[in-house]
Design a protein around this ligand. Structure first.
Ligand code: DGP
Length: 125
């Protein structure tokens, strides 16, 4: 999978302020906002501000500061949603990549889903 970043993707437009979003949290390296098509009562997307296509691209190419900032943002969103430190009933993080992962937006994003029983991790295709 080529990690060629297209800056016309929808999340790049959100980062540039060209499209509105429902922001939950923001720091220097990451933005978290509510998914437009929520699949659970809480469905937040956390994205890095840098041009990374997917999780492996980010993990291999981002700076340490970006990785820390992004990871801290995940933690802050869990706090904001009342999920951190064993509060709440748990949650699931999903990061889809590529064709088999059925990634629709080619800018790295981690889905945080919570607020209802989420079922088994995978269904048979
Ligand atoms: P994925 O299949 O993992 O690439 O998920 C992409 C998600 O992005 C999907 O759950 C719907 C969400 N999404 C698509 N367009 C927009 C948008 O313009 N705003 C927001 N907030 N979410 C969007």
């Amino acid at each position: 999978m080529a990690n060629t970043y297209d800056d016309q993707n929808i999340f790049a437009k959100i980062l540039r302020g060209e499209i509105p979003n429902n922001t939950v949290f923001e720091n220097e390296h990451a933005l978290a906002f509510r998914d437009l098509y929520p699949q659970a009562p809480d469905h937040v997307l956390v994205i890095p501000k840098g041009p990374y296509v997917c999780q492996d691209h980010f993990a291999n190419a981002a700076s340490d500061a970006e990785i820390v900032g992004f990871t801290r943002a995940l933690g802050e969103v869990c706090k904001i949603l009342g999920l951190a430190d064993d509060a709440g009933n748990g949650y699931r993080c999903i990061s889809n990549a590529g064709e088999d992962g059925v990634q629709e937006v080619l800018h790295l994003h981690v889905h945080i889903l919570a607020g209802r029983p989420l079922g088994r991790m995978l269904q048979k295709a």
